[in-house]
Design a protein around this ligand. Structure first.
Ligand code: THU
Length: 130
């Protein structure tokens, strides 16, 4: 199951628009609807306007009709086991469960699996909002 997500993340990474950092990242996630959604980082000449691979994939999931992330793979060309940045952990958590699996990859495949709870311990969550 995780291997097809690794290959999908590699395809996604090939579509990165990262001319400034030259640090392409690809994400593939399997959603509760059974579909795999892809994302790559998309940078901008006005640097703060760019965004990570994870929100691209989450946006694709939402617009495709998926509601929950079941498992998610991250791959970066220049960094083995690239882990989602802090902001992306919060973005993933919005659509994940504590046991959602996150696969950290190198160029050969999945090398480490962590849960959402391990990736974002002591997360911000409350019933007060909404
Ligand atoms: N990046 C991601 O796409 N996901 C992460 O979780 C880490 C960082 C991107 C953002 C930027 O385009 C490049 O990697 C360098 O920070």
């Amino acid at each position: 199951m995780s291997h097809d997500l690794f290959e999908a993340a590699r395809d996604a990474m090939a579509k990165a628009h990262a001319p400034y950092s030259k640090f392409p990242v690809g994400v593939a996630l399997r959603a509760d609807d059974g579909n795999v959604y892809l994302g790559a980082n998309i940078e901008n000449i006005s640097f703060p306007q760019g965004w990570c691979a994870e929100p691209t994939a989450i946006g694709a999931m939402i617009m495709g009709g998926g509601k929950k992330i079941v498992e998610l793979a991250v791959l970066a060309e220049k960094l083995a086991l690239c882990s989602p940045c802090g902001g992306c952990r919060q973005k993933i958590a919005e659509f994940a469960s504590s046991d959602t699996r996150i696969y950290l990859c190198d160029d050969l495949g999945v090398q480490k699996t962590v849960t959402m709870a391990e990736l974002l311990p002591f997360a911000f969550e409350t019933d007060v909002i909404g």
